[in-house]
Design a protein around this ligand. Structure first.
Ligand SMILES: Nc1ncnc2c1ncn2[C@@H]1O[C@H](COP(=O)(O)OP(=O)(O)OP(=O)(O)O)[C@@H](O)[C@H]1O
Length: 599
């Protein structure tokens, strides 16, 4: 049996990406979302019957893309169940990536590929007792994960809307009545608690997403006058369903009654002296709350974390939250101190203490009297230096090299390492007594890949700051670029992200960053796209990229190769390039390079 298509839907053709899909109106049956190139449209399916998908004039689901055959596939609906069969098309039909072997049953959410065109089936459930878009919470979580995965795969934006009815109890039937009529079948909703509900919104451009969210909130306000909403978008704000859910929830709790809040309102901007730390991940919020508690005491604190995770910022948080904030915060990188001079650098020396000590010198520790000392890479200190340091911690006195009497020193020590100190103790490379002393208060900074929710926030902030610094117009990160940033593992963590944003601010001439502007590690082209047109107009002087920029790129690439060749051993990598170890170490930081591959 063939049913005639609905006259209004027969005209379903590609719409510009910015045009909202007309979408079936409330209470309608199942439909197909058609994603063709960068645009989408919807086709309402009959409750019983068959529709042809193809390029032919009389195909019910008419597609223009040349990869689709005239009569490509047949979709049939019977008793609410859908099935699809290929009609001998040239490029074939696949369901969820699998080629068809005969008629294949479909379930809601199935992704059908006809040539290059994607169709997503949204099927209204047969049971009418519960409205189809209002799911149980486990069902919703599952659906949200699928929606997010589909959004990333097909580059169609999706979002999570959290509606908080404040003190009003929202029964599922009440929510259903209030929202169902305004939800499109491709959206889903679930009750989070007696007064809260959560929605998955799909295939909406950013402006439309906010508009639809506001409208949904408006529909709830007559029932819950103090209701508020939080919105998190994929991929702009994240690429993980749980992380988006948590962002949307926190945004809702930050919103004023009757208002909608987005990610910007859930980011904490913590001023730390001349720096500002941006914090959004729940684990990072907890960590900063712990730092606030530890700050006022003089207890040494040990900060664990990979390179570039923000250990120095955490030390700054301890310093700024302490009564010492008016004094100095001195950061010392133990690995970068010249080996022969570590002790005299740290503890100072008297005149004549060793050959070359022509004048007395105040050590770094003494120079931070009254303040906080941040000892980065503390595990790189030799055992004898560790012993001297322990003495300073225990007695609060310090002896310069070549001096007989001790002098009082008032310091707060914050130490950091990317190594597992207990393993260093086991291996005999770190003193157990110093380890116990430092280990009293420990904080672990998670790597950036474990707090992906902060990637978009940090990326936008770093890019904006870099543009301002260069005095250039602000740059936008496109959704596709954000998806690339979210998919990367960031072995050099926040520092690497910051450096990459500085690189984009310096090199991208367009108004927004697109995938082809990215470095190859993020999915950009192997050979960088030339910033200037390759051929200068006749008579015009040739244009070049700044030589500094090119040299930096080359140097970074060689250092990456050397690190790979040396299995991540920095000293060996430095030797391979005949580069002084300290220079290599400093440049590694500058370029956001990690000595080790991510775990
Ligand atoms: N949450 C954050 N918000 C804003 N900037 C951050 C944040 N975390 C880190 N940064 C920035 O990233 C860079 C690296 O941070 P930081 O120097 O604190 O890392 P680190 O762990 O001490 O690195 P290393 O182990 O290599 O010494 C700095 O420029 C810092 O300002």
């Amino acid at each position: 049996m063939r049913l005639p298509g609905h006259p209004d839907d027969n005209a379903t053709v590609s719409l510009p990406a910015t045009t909202p899909s007309p979408g079936p109106s409330p209470g309608e049956s199942s439909y197909l979302l058609v994603i063709e190139g960068g645009s989408s449209s919807t086709f309402r399916l009959p409750t019983e019957g068959e529709v042809v998908i193809g390029r032919a004039q009389d195909a019910e689901v008419r597609i223009q893309d040349g990869s689709v055959s005239r009569r490509h596939a047949l979709l049939s609906v019977s008793s609410g169940e859908g099935a699809i069969a290929d009609l001998g098309s040239h490029n074939g039909t696949r369901v969820n990536g699998q080629s068809l072997a005969g008629a294949t049953p479909l379930v809601s959410g199935d992704v059908i590929s006809v040539g290059e065109v994607i169709l997503v089936l949204h099927q209204k459930r047969a049971d009418t007792a519960a409205p189809s878009s209002v799911l149980s919470l486990p069902g919703f979580r599952q659906r949200l994960a699928e929606d997010v995965a589909r959004a990333l795969r097909y580059q169609r934006p999706s979002g999570v809307l959290f509606l908080d009815g404040a003190d009003t109890v929202l029964d599922p039937p009440v929510i259903a009545a209030a929202l169902e009529a305004h939800l499109r079948p491709l959206d889903a909703c679930a009750c989070w608690s007696a007064s809260q509900c959560v929605l998955s919104l799909n295939d909406l451009e950013p402006d439309e997403m906010e508009e639809v969210s506001r409208r949904l909130l408006d529909h709830l306000l007559p029932l819950a006058p103090r209701a508020r909403a939080g919105l998190a978008r994929c991929p702009a704000d994240g690429s993980d369903a749980d992380a988006l859910l948590s962002l949307a929830r926190r945004a809702a709790s930050a919103a004023l009654p009757g208002a909608l809040a987005t990610e910007a309102q859930v980011v904490e901007h913590k001023r730390l002296g001349e720096h500002v730390a941006l914090i959004a991940d729940p684990a990072m919020l907890r960590l900063h709350a712990l730092l606030e508690q530890l700050a006022p005491s003089t207890l040494p604190v040990l900060i664990h974390g990979e390179t570039g995770t923000g250990k120095e910022l955490a030390a700054a948080a301890l310093h700024q939250g302490s009564p010492r904030r008016g004094q100095r915060l001195l950061a010392i990188n133990c690995a970068a101190l010249p080996e022969a001079l570590v002790e005299s650098e740290l503890f100072g020396h008297e005149r004549g203490a060793f050959s070359g000590a022509v004048t007395a010198k105040v050590g770094l520790l003494e120079s931070a009297q009254g303040g906080t000392v941040f000892l980065d890479e503390v595990a790189e200190l030799s055992l004898s230096t560790q012993a001297r340091l322990l003495r300073v911690l225990e007695t609060r006195r310090l002896t310069r090299l070549g001096e007989v009497h001790e002098r009082p020193v008032d310091l707060r020590l914050v130490a950091a390492t990317h190594r597992e100190l207990s393993a260093e103790v086991q291996a005999g490379r770190f003193r157990q007594d110093l380890y116990f002393r430092l280990n009293a208060a420990v904080v672990h900074l998670p790597p950036l890949r474990h707090r992906r929710v902060e990637i978009p926030i940090l990326a936008r902030a770093f890019l904006q700051a870099a543009c301002e610094q260069l005095g250039r117009a602000p740059l936008l990160l496109s959704d596709r670029v954000m998806a690339c940033l979210l998919a990367f593992d960031w072995p050099g963590n926040v520092r690497e992200l910051k450096n990459d944003m500085a690189f984009l601010a310096a090199t991208v001439r367009d108004a927004s960053v697109e995938p082809w502007h990215l470095p190859s590690k993020l999915g950009g082209p192997r050979t960088p796209v030339p910033v200037d047109p390759p051929v200068a107009p006749v008579g015009a002087p040739p244009r070049f990229r700044p030589i500094e920029e090119e040299l930096r790129e080359l140097e970074r690439a060689r250092m990456v190769e050397a690190l790979e060749a040396s299995g991540g051993v920095q000293t060996h990598a430095a030797e391979l390039l005949a580069m002084p170890r300290r220079t290599f170490f400093t440049k590694m930081k500058q370029y956001g390079l990690s000595p080790r591959p991510p775990r």
